[in-house]
Write a protein that binds this ligand. Structure first.
Ligand code: GAL
Length: 696
């Protein structure tokens, strides 16, 4: 998903700095919080049903890394890595086999057996190896006739399988929702999961019960009528239950989607019973999440008291994977013995403010920003549920800094990420042991490409005002405050400005006129505002905030779109094809091959930057010849938000359309491909020779 980006991109000629010498603005009043407290849900049991998992289980699972290729050697190698790295000592002790550990057939007596090739020594042997290393073994099964990979399911064998697992020394069972037996109803489903829950108890071995009932049955959608009842039910018969679909490579939709699913479920979690957000993908190959994204996932998982079960190749762990997984302060939030899941206390624009009370009276505060621009968030010690105190310590659990605040907790949360803070009441003068809590935000004021546009694009040579705002929430005043702005190399950003003292609860700001250097290539450019200040008798501190400027150059001459980069592209399926269709073949409409063009799948939206430099857009339109389906599309074009073309319904039998559109003066051209008659079957739409006519 593409979000509008607030960015600037201009080389900074830091022309006039902080002219008003950083006039102190009025005291910062804590923003009024839009409380969205969750009403308590039915919860009839507050204890673990089997006495297990009093804190969320931690460990490793093979699925996202190995899928159905997993072998006992892989499992043992990862188990050894858990021990040798020290992760096991931090709590990562469950080593869980997912689907595909079992042979395609049960034995003659109906017993499950391990895949003879990949697990030649069998599961009991594997369990004994793991136990000797101080670890626990988990296995996977499904409630139905088959597993999700078509292997033997447990249906009709629940007690037999529970007893088998117990006899093998299994410590954990993930019980999936696949292979639906004929005639399954919601009531029978509940009865089936309840049966396995009881059969595990009856096996006489302590086996953690992890189930996936609500996700599939309730469609993992809190709006689905079945969802809450399944979660409520699961919280009484299981130790953990999945509350969201499998993770995907799309970080923003998958991680923030999981957060949104789980926030309304906070009251179902308690010691022994946890909402399960699925595995951690810290270090997982094929995902390529940034360090900040991996930290964000773990912050959300910890705040929501989700199990922490990593699914990567730990035998090849990078230093950064180890650093993230071993963050003791974050683990402590997840594993806090009070066993409360974080609750949403406010939504401030795109920032969720979530508070998790901890056993020692501290509160873990998660600030999760779903937008593509940094966002300021502000809450108070009182709003997140802390007892009254003269001051509070605010520890950022990833940056590992501690600051003091008189009560306001304000921060600028980077784009599409989360911050995890631990806030503790401070006795008396202890506050003065820490620098004051301060926040610096930077904003580049690039005008929208047209009124209401999501795009803010600067051209080389354009001058953009960039404002840095500094606020002090500490008890101690910040003295000798100076603000400075730094840009990418080659950008002039001007000199720092001194603004004197900023008392508690007050803010100051400064603005620089930054010119994007001539010749700057298209791209996103980061500007960093930094405030340096003194506090206490002789101590110094600093704080930074960032903004981005998106720079683009208008097209010139008569380019075709395959040679330009878009501002944003969202395609119905797969990547947009550039000079090729989905299958990698040439673009062709009714037998005419187009060496230059684009392929999309409806519904798709592409935006191109024209910068007011073009007059016409000419293109051939039609479904790609690779499309033998019954689908239909329609093409709609918009210049600066105004519709300039609408093809009507286009099907396989529609002759090639030539569209010739006036785009004079427009900054942004939007190409939208809709569903035509509403049939989305094979909406493979081509843009043949999509050509702009622009000034040179
Ligand atoms: C899915 C489940 C995954 C994995 C997979 C195995 O239903 O959500 O976590 O267990 O089955 O086939």
């Amino acid at each position: 998903m593409h979000h509008p980006r607030r960015r600037l991109r201009i080389p900074a000629l830091l022309i006039a700095a902080l002219s008003a010498a950083a006039a102190l603005t009025a005291a910062t009043a804590p923003a009024a919080l839009a409380h969205q407290l969750i009403s308590p849900q039915r919860q009839t049991r507050s204890q673990s049903y089997n006495g297990l998992a009093l804190t969320p289980p931690m460990g490793w699972n093979d699925w996202y890394q190995y899928r159905c290729t997993v072998t006992e050697d892989d499992v043992l190698a990862n188990a050894k890595a858990l021990v040798s790295s020290g992760l096991a000592r931090l709590g990562y002790r469950y080593v869980n086999l997912d689907d595909c550990w079992m042979a395609p057939e049960r034995a003659a007596d109906g017993q499950l057996q391990a895949d003879p090739t990949r697990f030649p020594h069998g599961i009991a042997w594997l369990a004994s190896q793991l136990h000797a290393m101080g670890l626990e073994l988990g296995v996977y099964e499904s409630f139905g006739d088959t597993t999700c990979q078509g292997l033997p399911g447990s249906y009709g064998h629940y007690q037999q399988d529970a007893d088998t697992f117990a006899s093998w020394g299994v410590d954990f069972l993930k019980f999936d929702y696949c292979g639906l037996p004929a005639g399954t109803t919601s009531a029978s489903l509940e009865a089936d999961y309840q049966a396995m829950s009881q059969d595990l108890l009856a096996s006489g071995r302590h086996i953690v019960f992890s189930e996936e009932l609500p996700i599939a049955a309730g469609d993992a959608n809190p709006a689905n009528a079945n969802y809450l009842p399944y979660v409520a039910y699961s919280s009484q018969i299981a130790n953990m239950w999945r509350v969201a679909p499998d993770l995907t490579t799309n970080f923003n939709s998958t991680i923030f989607g999981h957060l949104a699913n789980d926030l309304p479920l906070a009251s179902y979690a308690h010691p022994g019973a946890w909402n399960d957000l699925d595995m951690l993908l810290t270090g997982a190959s094929g995902y390529n999440w940034t360090v900040q994204q991996q930290e964000t996932q773990m912050s959300i998982w910890a705040e929501l008291a989700s199990p922490l079960i990593d699914s990567s190749d730990l035998t090849n762990m990078s230093a950064s994977t180890m650093q993230i997984l071993s963050n003791r302060a974050v683990i402590a939030v997840d594993q806090d013995p009070l066993g409360k899941q974080g609750q949403l206390v406010a939504q401030q624009g795109t920032v969720d403010v979530v508070a998790k009370p901890l056993a020692n009276g501290d509160v873990a505060v998660l600030l999760a920003n779903t937008s593509a621009a940094p966002q300021q968030a502000s809450t108070t010690a009182q709003a997140v549920g802390l007892h009254p105190a003269g001051a509070y310590a605010v520890s950022d659990l990833w940056v590992n800094t501690t600051r003091e605040t008189a009560g306001v907790i304000a921060a600028t949360v980077p784009a599409e990420s989360a911050m995890l803070l631990r806030v503790s009441p401070l006795p008396g003068l202890a506050a003065y042991a820490f620098p004051p809590l301060t926040d610096v935000s930077a904003t580049a004021q690039v005008p929208p490409a047209y009124p209401g546009s999501q795009f803010e694009v600067a051209q080389p040579g354009q001058t953009v005002p960039v404002t840095a705002m500094f606020q002090n929430e500490g008890l101690a005043p910040a003295t000798d405050v100076s603000l400075s702005l730094a840009g990418p190399s080659g950008w002039a950003t001007g000199s720092p400005v001194s603004v004197g003292t900023v008392p508690t609860g007050q803010e100051t700001d400064g603005t620089w006129q930054v010119t994007v250097p001539a010749g700057t290539a298209a791209g996103d450019y980061t500007l960093t505002a930094t405030t340096a200040y003194n506090w206490g008798p002789r101590r110094t501190a600093s704080e930074s905030g960032q903004t981005e400027i998106q720079v683009d150059t208008p097209p010139a001459g008569t380019p075709t779109l395959d040679g330009l980069s878009w501002l944003s592209a969202v395609n119905g399926y797969g990547p947009v094809g550039i000079n090729e269709n989905y299958y990698g073949g040439p673009l062709s409409i009714h037998g005419v091959v187009y060496p230059h063009g684009l392929w999309v799948n409806s519904v798709a939206t592409l935006y191109y930057y024209l910068g007011g430099n073009c007059s016409a857009f000419n293109v051939d339109l039609g479904l790609d010849d690779s499309d033998k389906g019954t689908g239909a599309v329609d093409y709609e074009f918009y210049a600066d938000g105004n519709q300039v073309y609408n093809s009507g319904v286009v099907t396989n039998s529609t002759p090639t359309i030539h569209a010739s559109v006036n785009v004079t003066g427009a900054n942004v051209l939007e190409l939208y491909v809709g569903e035509g008659n509403g049939t989305i079957n094979y909406g493979n739409a081509d843009f043949g020779n999509p050509q702009l006519t622009c000034a040179s």
